[in-house]
Design a protein around this ligand. Structure first.
Ligand code: NAP
Ligand code: HSE
Length: 433
């Protein structure tokens, strides 16, 4: 193809991300034409409400019938920034089967149905790209898929949800109230249409599944991911973490099991040491560490949410897909040849800090230490503080790395000890070597 060629692009969705994609297609038209080797012409924008004012979008392009868009014969690339599973899945399957390449920002959909969507794309010789679905603007999926194709990844760990990182940052720095900050994150265009997906950890879990699939060349879906959100993290927890020199972050972790044949993928709040680089990732920024055998440690950092940053990732995919079509090189199969088995969180290796309300009398510490020992968990630190109440003490016990199943069995056993009045809190610790 030469630069006089035209690649026709249809947008499904004209909201936070879609409106920015449309704007950049106009504002950067000439650069995009040079880079893609063809004019990227916007030919349709599907939305729910065609009457809503959408500055920068030609009203003649709007339709409320997305199926009519994906069945058109003159659309080369469909950009899906609409969200949801239904009717989105059917729309994208139809688009791919109809010979259009698809760019999507939809992690919810890709984390469940990437295998079937990739198969359809491959069968029809078209591309399916979704850089924007994970960590917003940050180039991460293409580096994993292409730049690291010659290496062996052992671990991916990071902050992949902007909304929850924004909330935790404001709680930590300003003592802000959870509900107020969530409303602010929604106003800034960071949150999902239903923010439960953010605060419940499901958005991060979907991204973790996508990252694990790419990093380990193995199929990992949303249902394989252990998921705990930030809804039960209180200001008290945040302050207690600070006292100990930690910050609470919602982490996504995917790592090979010790036997080399499995992968554990998990999302949960964790204590991160203040000096760790992840601790300084603030607001809606994301950061992902990738550890590979030859490359060592890499960190990918940038804006993880918001219309314009996300649109940047969409446009990058769009240029690549347009070039591939011109070159007749579209339609790579998904690489899941390694076939690692998704394993439960019990097989993860991590550390805990356990806060116990205990009886302050002889033999208590010994009984508690024995309980850890019985479950193969090694204690690293113990701090005891007396309380105002006579005969009671607060014990903070930090462990060495151990299997999550052993750590959780230890906590269950502690709950049954006479000397333990209450297990006040249990937090995982990451980022400590
Ligand atoms: P949004 O602002 O709610 O926009 C959604 C758009 O899709 C709206 O224009 C809406 O139409 C349209 N739409 C929804 N359902 C439709 C249907 N059934 N038929 C026709 N049109 C429909 O959402 P967003 O924040 O742009 O997010 C879009 C996608 O990008 C989601 O998959 C999200 O997970 C992903 N994403 C978002 C971000 C971010 O920071 N916002 C970052 C990365 C990925 P109306 O305008 O008429 O309501
Ligand atoms: N709601 C998502 C977030 C958008 O807060 O990270 C980016 O995927």
């Amino acid at each position: 193809g030469g630069v006089s060629d035209v690649v026709r692009v249809a947008l499904l969705g004209g909201g936070t991300v879609g409106s920015q994609v449309a704007r950049l297609l106009t504002d950067s038209a000439e650069d995009l034409r040079q880079r893609a080797g063809a004019t990227l012409e916007l030919v349709a924008v599907a939305v729910r409400d065609t009457a809503k004012p959408r500055p920068g979008i030609d009203p003649a392009l709007l339709t409320d019938d997305p199926m009519s868009v994906v069945t058109r014969d003159d659309v080369d690339i469909v950009v899906e920034v609409m969200g949801g599973l239904d009717p989105t899945r059917e729309l994208l399957e139809t688009a791919l089967a109809n010979g259009a390449s698809v760019i999507s920002a939809n992690k919810a959909l890709l984390s469940e149905h990437s295998a079937s969507l990739h198969q359809i794309a491959h069968d029809h010789g078209v591309d399916l790209f979704y850089e924007a679905a994970v960590a917003g603007a940050i180039p991460l999926l293409r580096p994993l898929r292409e730049s690291l194709a010659g290496d062996r990844v052992s671990r991916v760990l990071g902050i992949v949800n902007g909304t929850t990182n924004y909330i935790l940052t404001k709680m930590d720095e300003e003592g802000a109230d959870y509900a107020d900050v969530l409303a602010e994150a929604q106003r800034l265009g960071y949150a999902e249409a239903d923010p439960t997906a953010d605060v419940g950890g499901h958005d991060a879990a979907a991204k973790a599944a996508i990252l694990a699939t790419l990093a380990f060349h193995s199929s990992v879906t949303l249902f394989d991911v252990y998921c705990e959100g930030i809804t039960s993290v209180t200001l008290r927890d945040v302050e207690a973490a600070r006292d100990l020199g930690y910050v609470i972050k919602l982490l996504a972790v995917a790592e090979r099991t010790a036997d080399g044949h499995g992968v554990v993928t998990r999302v949960h709040p964790a204590l991160v040491p203040r000096a760790h680089p992840l601790a300084s990732v603030r607001d809606a920024f994301n950061a992902v560490f990738v550890e590979a055998e030859s490359a060592g440690q890499m960190m990918f950092y940038g804006r993880g949410a918001g219309g314009e940053p996300t649109a940047s990732a969409v446009l990058g995919d769009l240029v690549t897909a347009a070039r591939n079509r011109q070159a007749g090189a579209a339609g790579q199969a998904q690489s899941v040849y390694a076939g690692l088995t998704p394993r439960p969180i019990g097989e993860a290796t991590t550390r805990y800090i356990i806060n116990l309300d205990v009886a302050d009398r002889p033999g208590v510490l010994a009984a508690i230490a024995t309980c850890f020992g019985h479950h193969d968990v090694s204690i690293q630190t113990v701090r005891q503080d007396t309380t105002d109440e006579a005969g009671r003490a607060v014990l903070l016990i930090g462990t060495h790395a151990a299997l999550d199943a052993d750590l959780s069995a230890t906590v269950d056993a502690l709950r049954d000890l006479d000397a333990v009045n209450q297990v006040v809190s249990v937090m995982r610790v990451e980022g400590v070597e």
